[in-house]
Write a protein that binds this ligand. Structure first.
Ligand SMILES: *Cc1c(COP(=O)(O)O)cnc(C)c1O
Length: 476
């Protein structure tokens, strides 16, 4: 450090005027003011995490800073103060009582990777804009697809969320079947499938009637008998079937559709099988848990959302395919202003997104941080918490809805639907008063409360506190 260049924290000295922050990194020398700024932003983040348990999972409405830029740009300190105001009002996923949704605290290495990703500002659109990162995406999606059983020649692409992965899967299925000009199509999925499937059909310009929801069994799994009938009926009516969408981990209860039997039906009818494994497919990465989501290898395409349980910072989703070359065959339009791809196709030719960040970086670094053991124990911890809460709730007069994963929904057995709604509102509020946050899904005709047990900070005492509030809520 030279005399004319103050140290990183020099501008914090009240006797010195605040140093201004450069708007773009200096390409020639390191910049202590920039380092201090990034350091202070990350210090605030670390303090925000460290104070998680002092704040509710769901903060009260907070003061927001002004939205519009002022005439003059702000000083680094003013920027940090503004940032702090937004942080103070943010959802707080690291709180041990945060059990409402599929939004765990962030894996620390993926936070660092996200920062570096932003700093590199590469573009997965084309390889000349992301040379190392394009290759990393290709090798990690190939690895992931192989791990999940799709075979050595399988692969895929990262997407900003599972909704986009599901949409791309259906667009590829339609393209490879040569059905792009038809409207009289059917897509079968279970009544418990994610809303992103119907959204996808809407974006694809297909009429509402194309989506045929198949009933589920008592465990929330797609009924194969009903699917078989539906496929036969479509065949008799001369309707082409675009795809069957099976769900590996439904959103309310984590049910796993019977993939082998569904796949047999698909093969008999020559129909594409897309598996929406946004919640469940990560269990296939662990030897000791892969039997919870059997037969993922039957999928033609598979959605995986590492953002949901592994804690990879949002967004992190992959669309994996047995035949990844179908992506560019479907989405490729040519990028005449780019140098040719040195492999199969540019990132921007393999999906709907053009310019996109290298979201693969935080997934890769996060998985490397966890290691196979870490993945295993993260999954096991979530399952253990589910079992522990389920044990405590099972002695109460509740209807429990679960599957083999880490989700557990429940509703009082003895109440009418409208009473169950009032119960769910009041009980969620009582839980929140104790800094315990559950969600309130409407499922099977009535309101439930739902716990998602993917938060590694949740302790036995938190689960006992939930059970105790629920028990009190059921007293006459
Ligand atoms: C969350 C979820 C999705 C959608 O993923 P996003 O990342 O929220 O777009 C799709 N399918 C299932 C089963 C999900 O739970």
């Amino acid at each position: 450090m030279t005399a004319d260049r103050p140290g990183p924290l020099a501008h914090l000295d009240p006797s010195q005027p605040p140093r201004s922050l450069v708007c773009f990194p200096d390409p020639l020398r390191d910049d202590p003011a920039l380092e201090a700024f990034l350091q202070q932003a990350s210090d605030r983040l670390c303090q925000w995490w460290a104070g998680s348990e002092q704040r509710s999972p769901l903060p009260l409405l907070s003061v927001l800073p002004e939205a519009a830029p002022l005439q003059q740009g702000l000083s680094p300190d003013a920027l940090l103060e503004d940032l702090q105001l937004v942080m103070d009002g943010a959802y707080n996923p690291a709180h041990p009582g945060a059990m409402a949704h599929l939004d765990p605290p962030p894996l620390t290495a993926s936070v660092a990777a996200d920062l570096v990703c932003a700093g590199l500002n590469n573009n997965l659109l084309a390889e000349e804009l992301s040379p190392s990162l394009s290759r990393l995406e290709r090798s990690l999606t190939t690895w992931m697809a192989e791990q999940l059983g799709l075979g050595e020649t399988a692969g895929g692409v990262a997407a900003s969320g599972g909704s986009l992965s599901n949409l791309m899967a259906l667009v590829v299925a339609r393209h490879q079947a040569g059905l792009a000009s038809r409207q009289d199509l059917s897509v079968f999925c279970s009544a418990d499938a994610h809303v992103s499937i119907s959204k996808a059909l809407m974006v694809m310009g297909l009429p509402k009637g194309c989506l045929q929801a198949i009933e589920t069994d008592a465990e929330g799994r797609l009924s194969c008998e009903a699917l078989a009938e539906g496929l036969l009926a479509a065949e008799r009516a001369g309707r082409a079937v675009l795809a069957v969408v099976a769900t590996a981990g439904t959103t309310v209860r984590g049910a796993i559709d019977p993939l082998a039997a569904i796949s047999d039906l698909c093969r008999r009818h020559g129909v594409w099988l897309h598996v929406d494994g946004a919640i469940g497919a990560v269990f296939g990465l662990s030897q000791s848990h892969s039997q919870l989501v059997p037969d993922l290898d039957r999928a033609d395409s598979l959605t995986v959302n590492p953002q949901k349980l592994l804690g990879i910072t949002k967004t992190s989703s992959l669309l994996l395919l047995k035949r990844p070359e179908l992506l560019a065959a479907c989405f490729g339009t040519g990028l005449p202003y780019m140098e040719p791809s040195w492999a199969d196709a540019h990132g921007g030719e393999c999906g709907l997104q053009g310019t996109r960040p290298a979201e693969i970086l935080k997934l890769w670094l996060g998985l490397r941080q966890l290691g196979r053991d870490g993945i295993e124990s993260l999954l096991q911890g979530a399952l253990d918490r589910r079992a522990e809460l389920q044990r405590q709730l099972s002695v109460l007069p509740l209807t429990l809805r679960s599957g083999p994963l880490h989700l557990l929904a429940f509703t009082p057995s003895h109440l009418e639907a409208h009473e169950a709604e009032a119960w769910s509102v009041q009980t969620r509020q009582r839980l929140l008063e104790q800094q315990l946050m559950l969600s309130r899904p409407f499922y099977a005709g009535r309101h439930h409360l739902k716990a998602v047990l993917g938060n590694p900070n949740t302790r036995s005492t938190d689960l006992a506190a939930v059970a105790s509030v629920i028990q009190d809520s059921l007293l006459p």
